[in-house]
Design a protein around this ligand. Sequence first.
Ligand code: UT7
Length: 318
Amino acid sequence: MPTSIKSVGTYVPAGVLTNADLEKMVETSDTWIRERTGIVERRIAAADEGTTDLAVAAAQDALSAAGLRPEDTDLIVLSTSTPDSTFPSCASRVQERLGAHGPAFDVQAACTGFLYALDIADKFVNAGESRQALVIGTETLTKIVNFKDRGTCVVFGDGAGAVVLGPSESGGIKSCVLGSDGSGGDLIYVAPGAEGPEGRGRPEIRMDGRKVFRFATEILAQATLQALEKADVSLEDVTLIVPHQANARIIEAAGKRLGVGPEIMANNIAHYGNTSTASIPLALKDSVKAGRVHKGDHLVLVGFGAGLTWGACVLEWE
Ligand code: UT7
């Protein structure tokens, strides 16, 4: 039986970090950040706000949007690169707080993680093993950003998004393609906590922005076309592509490569920055709220990230 997305939920922390704030922290400017990334502001979790807290709030938002009871959730697949602890998983913590049951586990495929989680959960629902699954992407990336590195600190933000999946009579997820090329592992990675004169002593993101940018523009188009071919859906029938929100210029370049206009490419990076695995559900929810998604529409969700990893899913909105 096909699997469909029943609802989307999101949560972003209240704290806002503007480009003007960053101008006081590193050698940068509001103009540079807007022109090179499209980002105006990003959200920042409070010191006592964890990745699990964001996930619970996004999951509750998704469940209430669909009028579903948390305790009927029988599967949680959660994607994050910033778990509150190595174990237990964030998914298990979320399960306990929701009063849900069944398997619950985290997956890690960096910014592509939400699509990996979606594909896994789809297979559970398809096999009849789950009737109400939660797929969650959640990050507190600002806790692993070095706020002295202007190449990364202007880009990342915190947030969470979730979807409820369940069996459907028609429509739903039609295909997913996932990939990984470990030879690009050093292009974006988290370095273990460095001690020393600067005394940061915490892990931090390192990134070769230019090389990742080049990879991103190619793979977004390529993965989109592969997933469409697998689903036997033509690009002309797609009304919305929801790409990972890493940089507005990457989204534009991918759209150009595909030959589609900006009205097809979801883009809400201005307000959230790059929230890694949360960015696709955050952009999907904003598109739904803006009335850009209707029953019977064909959508593509597509992303890339550290690994290097990538993925794309084609679905018909129910
Ligand atoms: O989601 C995970 C994957 N991550 C990504 O997708 C990130 C992809 N990469 C990017 O989004 C972009 O590469 C960045 C936003 C990270 C950087 O933008 P860019 O246009 O690629 O800049 P660049 O690294 O080529 O640097 C251009 C110039 C350099 O100065 P010079 O050498 O030309 O004098 C940089 O030092 O801009 C300088 N620069 C900055 N200037 C002001 C780099 N970062 C900044 C900054 N403010 N924050």
